[in-house]
Design a protein around this ligand. Structure first.
Ligand SMILES: Cc1cc2nc3c(=O)[nH]c(=O)nc-3n(C[C@H](O)[C@H](O)[C@H](O)COP(=O)(O)O)c2cc1C
Length: 296
């Protein structure tokens, strides 16, 4: 039923199919109140996750769907990417997101991550300020922070010619994390999202590692599906980071087998976006069921 509707709305364009998925999540979230089986619970970055699969950034940019997610089997949600100021078609701005997040005070049933980014118009020298403004404002409303380096605005921080800018952003964020931790008496883990499709992954990972971030979100090519490239890179990266920081894998997850393969390749957690749009919210429960030991 969902797939038929998705096929119909896809003719109108991707935003329509995403809207269908969001509406389905809202509706399904009202009637579904089944948390994931307790065997799927895990501890990552010092937080307790009821299941390994979470909602990827970009789907719920403004924190409007969070309350529907736990009952559908999601293990966590990443809201955003938020930017300090509103931007047509992309972001309604930090103030609006904060107002939504304030409706979900701790303790929360699933960890709430907030992905932070920068505005398109921000000058390269002021990039760090955008990240810092978001970090300070979302600090009291989130369980973890995701640093979105893949923002298609300003310099591409994946590229070697921008390594100095990248380092200054990472250093500033780490400093602010320490300051906010001391001021609030509460430490929030920060994971850095790296897009492996943009190349230069090794050098970028070196920086993330040197600054001792709490986790890495490794985003692969959605079109590669469960295919070799994503898995091979994940295996290599999670092997190199074993015992240093957990890896969260995102990109191309559509079936329980994809999730199992990523876990076997060393992922601590996973996120889904496109698979959800294509298959609808019941995909999450199907994946959780497929991860149960007696289904293996
Ligand atoms: C329309 C769209 C918007 C997205 N917006 C964001 C975003 O704001 N921040 C972010 O970190 N990733 C964003 N992403 C990337 C997803 O979080 C994810 O990394 C990517 O889609 C691969 O996962 P998938 O194959 O499950 O879709 C977006 C993806 C899509 C398709």
């Amino acid at each position: 039923m969902y797939k038929t509707l998705a096929a119909l709305t896809s003719r109108l364009g991707a935003p329509h199919t995403r809207r269908l998925a969001a509406t389905s999540i809202r509706l399904a979230g009202v009637v579904n109140r089944l948390p994931p089986p307790p065997q799927l619970r895990r501890s990552v970055m010092g937080l307790s996750f009821p299941a390994p699969l979470g909602l990827a950034a970009g789907f719920d940019k403004h924190g409007e769907l969070y309350s529907a997610l736990p009952g559908l089997g999601f293990g966590f949600a990443e809201i955003g990417t938020v930017t300090p100021l509103p931007e047509t078609g992309r972001s309604r701005g930090l103030a609006m997101v904060i107002a939504n997040l304030a409706r979900h005070p701790a303790p929360r049933s699933i960890p709430l991550g907030v992905s932070i980014g920068m505005n398109r118009a921000t000058q390269r020298e002021r990039m760090a300020d955008d990240y810092l403004a978001c970090l300070a404002q979302v600090w009291n409303h989130a369980d973890y922070i995701a640093l979105n380096l893949g923002v298609r605005a300003g310099p591409d921080l994946h590229q070697p010619e921008h390594r100095a800018v990248l380092r200054s952003v990472l250093a500033a964020v780490k400093e602010e994390q320490a300051r906010l931790t001391a001021a609030s008496d509460r430490r929030l883990p920060i994971a850095v999202k790296v897009d492996q499709t943009r190349g230069n992954t090794d050098a970028l990972l070196g920086c993330v590692r040197a600054f001792a971030f709490d986790g890495l979100i490794l985003s692969g090519d959605a079109l590669d599906g469960g295919g070799g490239r994503v898995l091979a890179t994940l295996e290599q990266v999670s092997g190199a980071l074993h015992g240093v920081m957990p890896v969260i894998s995102v990109g191309g997850i559509r079936t329980p087998q994809h999730v199992q393969d990523r876990l076997n390749a060393g992922a601590a957690l996973l996120q889904v976006y496109s698979g959800l749009v294509e298959s609808g919210p019941l995909l999450v429960r199907r994946i959780n069921r497929g991860l149960m030991p007696d289904q293996a």
